[in-house]
Design a protein around this ligand. Structure first.
Ligand code: G3I
Length: 449
């Protein structure tokens, strides 16, 4: 049995007199989530950022999950930033990592209204040209990964909340049949991949999910290759739709698979033990609803750690939406998932007070990278801070913001700016920097002082 990865390379923590820190204990009583899920014939996945797949992040992604979804790496804007010039680096990396860890890959996403390259969105195209571009994009990307992708989110977010079609580049110029065509082209490029339509706010029975239901029914009746529907499940604390299982079942009864594709449960910050307990119940009920329906293939969480979640930047004041905290300690939500998959470990008490620093690479290119350090306090607070680390592969800071950074040899020390030294209990602050690298760009351990 693999043990649960907790804190082997946690960011080091403040040890000031006013602060008390209890390291997250190893809660290794259960098997990893992927083994629990496999025993029930389900897949448990996570969205990932390729640059982070090393150290503790890589350990957890590889050991706990049986499927990876590239969070951004397979989107059109990422893979073809300039027309005809492709960048498959991060997508290839994630696929290789998944293969090395005996994981599935969920391809995400081929046809969307967001994160398209500007040459495409700013271009002026006839419908015939646009259709040709879309076909070429799908054939190229699906063809590249033929045989390596278990399921594709072929079409993402085609509906408005009232169930009408969303006005997009695709719908406005090609009509609703862009969906059928995209599925047909994807099937031609990889007949073995399961092809999905994916959307949000379609978890419960309602106008939007019924529009999706009617679309799938129509596509099936026309013989269009559609294998499944993805329910994204970007949920708000305490608001799991009561009709979730019923909704999954009605799609299953149409003869398609269902997957929960982007589960997270956001809460107003700061998190506290009552909110974390509610979040555990929410994760558990979503996973249990999938587990109860044979045709529900599995659940993917949209980032497994709070340090790698889209929520705080999109919903200011909200966060803590994933099953692991920013220091990779499993939260009650982790145990909620495990319990829904038949695990028996009870939720451990939250650690007492600590402030910690988490380092992440937010983007990386051939010679440079952008990094971010987040300093978070829970049950403790800071009135000023310094984040210190040692670069392990010759990286150099070239510019920083929201902190004053100095580098001497491999040692970096970043002090708070005049306006962000205070980190109250339950809050966090972040600063960013650009740096140069070559060869490799390993993530250092940050200490606070
Ligand atoms: O890579 C750049 C970096 O170089 C730059 O410094 C930084 C400054 O803002 O931006 C970085 O790009 C960001 C990118 O994520 C990678 O981190 C974009 O600004 C940001 O908009 C983008 O957000 C993504 C979002 O889709 C865009 O709509 C999220 O990471 C991604 O998790 C999110 O995923 C979507 C699913 O695809 C579809 N369903 C909803 C879900 C959440 O929005």
């Amino acid at each position: 049995m693999r043990s649960l990865r907790t804190g082997s390379s946690l960011a080091a923590l403040v040890t000031g007199a006013a602060l008390l820190f209890t390291a997250p204990a190893a809660h290794a009583a259960d098997s990893p989530l992927r083994d629990l899920a496999a025993a029930r014939g389900k897949v448990i996945g996570t969205a990932v950022t390729g640059a982070k797949l090393t150290g503790t992040y890589g350990d957890i992604a590889g050991s706990q999950f049986s499927s990876l979804t590239p969070g951004n790496a397979m989107k059109w804007g990422t893979v073809e930033p300039t027309q005809g010039s492709f960048n498959w680096t991060e997508a290839d990396q994630i696929v290789a990592f998944a293969q090395a860890h005996n994981q599935q890959v969920r391809g995400h996403t081929l046809v969307w209204h967001n994160q398209n390259p500007s040459w495409l969105t700013n271009g002026s195209w006839t419908p015939t040209q646009l259709s040709g571009l879309l076909q070429n994009h799908i054939s190229t990307e699906v063809g590249r990964y033929k045989g390596k992708i278990a399921a594709w989110d072929v079409v993402n977010e085609p509906f408005n909340e009232d169930g009408t079609y969303r006005s997009t580049l695709w719908y406005d110029n090609l009509g609703a049949d862009y969906i059928a065509n995209a599925l047909t082209w994807a099937h031609a490029a990889d007949p073995g991949a399961k092809l999905y339509i994916n959307d949000y706010n379609v978890e419960g029975v309602g106008a939007k999910s019924t529009a999706l239901y009617n679309l799938v029914k129509d596509l099936k009746s026309r013989g269009v290759p559609i294998d499944g529907v993805g329910l994204q499940a970007h949920l708000v604390l305490g608001q799991v739709p009561a009709t979730l299982q019923q909704n999954i079942q009605r799609f299953a009864d149409l003869g398609v698979d269902v997957a929960i594709t982007e589960l997270d449960v956001r809460m107003a910050l700061p998190a506290d033990s009552a909110k974390l307990a509610q979040q555990a119940a929410d994760f558990k009920s979503v996973v249990a609803a999938c587990a109860a329906v044979t045709r529900c293939a599995g659940v993917t969480v949209w980032g497994f750690t709070d340090s790698d979640s889209w929520v705080p930047s999109t919903f200011p004041g909200y966060g803590a939406a994933t099953p692991y905290d920013e220091n990779y300690a499993p939260k009650p939500a982790y145990f909620g998932i495990a319990q829904a998959l038949g695990g028996t470990t009870t939720t451990p008490p939250p650690p007492t007070g600590a402030c910690s620093a988490t380092y992440s690479v937010t983007s990386q290119w051939n010679t440079g990278f952008t990094g971010q350090v987040t300093i978070a306090c829970s049950g403790a607070s800071l009135s000023s801070w310094k984040a210190n680390w040692t670069f392990g592969a010759g990286q150099k800071i070239t510019q920083s913001w929201n902190a004053t950074c100095a580098q001497s040899g491999t040692a970096v020390s970043c002090a708070n700016a005049p306006y962000n030294g205070s980190v109250p209990d339950g809050s966090s602050v972040s600063f960013g920097f650009n740096g140069s690298w070559s060869g490799s760009n390993p993530v250092p351990t940050v200490t606070l002082g």
